[in-house]
Design a protein around this ligand. Structure first.
Ligand code: ADP
Length: 402
């Protein structure tokens, strides 16, 4: 029997998201989430998609990632999809930081694990959890290929002019300070799906991808290769996000330390967790912000305007970086759902060939679609992202041809 299934694991510090896909049939067999790992009220939600069954939910203590994965394995086994199945070809893991070295999905061995560990100082919030996920899965199925798919990989094609900060080269290199970029799996998937929507190959088109979720990033993709992206050393740089500030003058940090008396950790928390939309108006959900704006809320309106202003600046910047733009693609929670954000982001950019058709923009749906007027010079598109499918595809491409 040929093994055609891939389990995709996205391990966070206190959560594990998973999907089981069949790569031959292209279908999703199961998906789920374990949350609040390590607490007394951990929760598992499992949806047996293939069986067409209802979501099963379970609450109780799940001590660690090992216990979480065992619970997931039990749920899968109940649907006849156990991890001991010979049909399972590999486990694909989302790994946030792959540094400069990992330019491709990689089969995990001890050397790869050690390198991901070495990157912890540049990804202290993410890589430890990703590592735990890999180690746990490996212990459960030591015989199975475990593949690491890196958020940074797609961005490793950025030229040095885009990837380097203009700081002392020796200092930067000694501490591996450079722009790595994140959400790469999504940018790769969406840029390719946009080319397909246009009936062209990825090599033929230049695309600006706007991944607007709770975290948000933009990228400039030239003929299928990333040439610039808005996140940097960490996912803090760039666009205004749900709770992250995005770009600020670095001197804001010195000022808050010297004049504001804040510690480095306090400033870190401020910029990562208490800034962005939440810092500006108290809400990070775009639906709630739109509702407040409709009620005349001035702070919500200002937060929205700052969000849009930054987005527009990046569209302009990446237009200049690319020279010729064939498409602008909106994706992720806000990009796929918030028509007002899409309309506002390109408003006034008609001379760049950018516009949205009000009617098309208002249509909701799960499929990639154009929202620019017929005959527009630049296509504006909504392209739902699918990071799990992309991780599974890359994983299977690496190990599945047996
Ligand atoms: P994450 O970065 O957590 O993966 P998502 O891509 O799921 O985020 O995006 C989550 C965000 O999407 C929410 O915080 C909310 O602002 C936005 N969002 C989700 N649904 C809608 C909607 N129907 N209208 C506007 N915004 C939405």
């Amino acid at each position: 029997m040929t093994a055609t299934r891939v389990l995709v694991l996205n391990s966070g510090s206190s959560s594990v998201k998973y999907q089981l896909l069949d790569m031959r049939k292209g279908g999703r067999l199961a998906s789920g989430l374990v949350e609040r790992i390590g607490e007394r009220t951990s929760r598992l939600r499992h949806t047996p998609l293939a069986a067409g069954g209802d979501t099963r939910e379970w609450t109780g203590p799940i001590a660690d990632h090992g216990a979480a994965l065992k619970a997931v394995a039990e749920e899968l086994a109940r649907d006849g999809l156990g991890l001991d199945s010979p049909e399972l070809a590999a486990i694909g893991h989302r790994v946030v930081h792959g540094g400069k070295l990992f330019t491709e999905p990689t089969v995990v061995d001890d050397t790869v694990l050690a390198e991901i560990e070495r990157l912890i100082p540049v990804a202290p919030l993410h890589n430890p959890a990703n590592l735990t996920g890999i180690r746990t899965a490996r212990a459960l199925r030591p015989d199975l290929p475990q593949v690491a798919v890196f958020d940074t990989a797609f961005h490793t094609t950025m030229p040095e002019a885009a990837a380097r900060y203009a700081i002392d080269v020796e200092t930067a290199d000694a501490h591996r300070v450079r722009r790595y970029g994140f959400h790469g799996t999504s940018h790769a998937y969406v840029s390719r799906a946009t080319a397909k929507l246009l009936g062209r190959t990825p090599e033929e088109v230049n695309v600006i991808v706007l991944h607007l979720g709770n975290g948000a990033s933009a990228s400039a993709v030239e003929g299928g290769r990333c040439v610039d992206t808005s996140m940097g050393l960490t996912p803090l740089e760039g666009l205004v996000m749900g709770t992250r500030s995005g770009d600020v003058d670095p001197a804001v940090i010195f000022h808050l330390a010297r004049v504001g008396g804040m510690s480095i950790d306090e400033i870190d928390t401020l910029l990562n967790k208490k800034s962005g939309l939440v810092g500006l108006c108290g809400d990070n959900d775009m639906r709630e912000i739109r509702r407040r704006i409709d009620e005349g809320d001035v702070r919500a309106k200002l937060a929205f305007d700052i969000y849009i202003h930054r987005l527009k600046k990046y569209i302009g910047a990446y237009y200049a970086v690319l020279g010729r733009v064939d498409a602008v693609a909106f994706t992720a929670g806000v990009g796929e759902n918030a028509a007002e954000v899409r309309a506002a982001a390109v408003a006034g950019l008609e001379t760049l060939g950018l516009a949205v058709d009000g009617g098309l923009n208002a249509v909701r749906g799960d499929e990639p679609r154009l929202i620019s007027p017929a005959g527009a010079r630049v296509a504006v598109a909504v392209v739902p992202t699918d990071e799990e499918l992309e991780i599974a595809t890359q994983t299977y491409a690496l190990v599945g041809r047996n």
